[in-house]
Ligand binder design. Sequence first.
Ligand code: KG4
Ligand code: ZN
Length: 362
Amino acid sequence: MNTSPDVILGIETSCDETAAAVVSADPGADSGRVLSNVVLSQLDDHAPYGGVVPEIAARAHLKHLDGLVRRALAEAGVVLRDLSGIAATAGPGLIGGVMVGVMTAKAMAAVTGKPFLAVNHLEGHALTARLTDGVAFPYLLLLVSGGHCQLLAVEGVGRYRRLGTTIDDAVGEAFDKAAKLLGLGYPGGPLMEKAAAQGTNNDRFELPAPMKGRPGCDFSFSGLKTAVRRHVETLGGSPGPQDVADIALSFHRAVGDSLVDRVARAMTLFRDAHPDGATLVVAGGVAANKVLRARLSDLCDRRGFRFVAPPLALCTDNAAMIAWAGLERLRLGLVDDLDFAPRPRWPLDPHAAAVPFAGVKA
Ligand code: KG4
Ligand code: ZN
């Protein structure tokens, strides 16, 4: 029997963070150890444009990735020979950046003869709570990031059922766009949270809680952005600091009301299908938001769900989550060929539209 731990190098380059990490786990262990986790944010490169510019991102990944991989290995105290496998985000994401990460991982796998693991970025977010907290399957996952807003039943590695998704903007995108309208800068989430902390009145500016009370578990956030724009226009296009703070506070209340409503519905569906599983995991960049975390944690208390949110550094994009997903896949023998093609689009539940889950209308 093999008793030595699995040690995986992970690479993440699907958006505007270049990241490399080493994660290990003893055979059969429920959770893992993060041996190193280096993240280079390209925020300053993209900030002047108010969003991520794909071409700039790909060039920056190419420039920095080799050095980051070296650092991740050194900080973990391992050499290539010690690795059990090499994992990289192979989609979904900005394809230029994804290709940089995948080509690097493939080259290392080819040279060392180690297994190559093509990881879905969303699966990385989805499985992080197992790395950190050893959460057992099945669990309910709220994935809230800049590009994604989904409710998933996570039933096993590679077994995801989508209960709800956004019909327009992702929630992180709504934070980013609202922040831009309020002149706060990019990325919007943390800046909105900071502004809201100075807010004193969450009734002053009326903002709708999108989809609240509607059937199903889908999300919608573009109307919220439009409502913020109207308030800004009403204020003559230049809201003062207290206006910004109060709008940001109302925005948190509206987003919180919407998320709580949608997640509560998903909890009912999840319970019907999995009477024994009662854990809500929140993942993705927006899970860093303390106000929203508190709302969801409170919902869990009321509904008898365990609430798990990975530490902040593992909520936003990172390579430890990719290494961990690779480790879980390697354990199951889900190794990929070196001709695996990067995928700009890669839904976690490709049957989401076709297979209704416990009464959710497709
Ligand atoms: O998961 P992530 O790092 O990247 C992907 O989109 O995959 O998420 C980034 C998103 C951005 O939209 C950012 O504004 C949002 O997460 N975000 C937050 C907070 N921190 C990051 N949103 C709300 N509150 C925060 N504290
Ligand atoms: Zn992400």
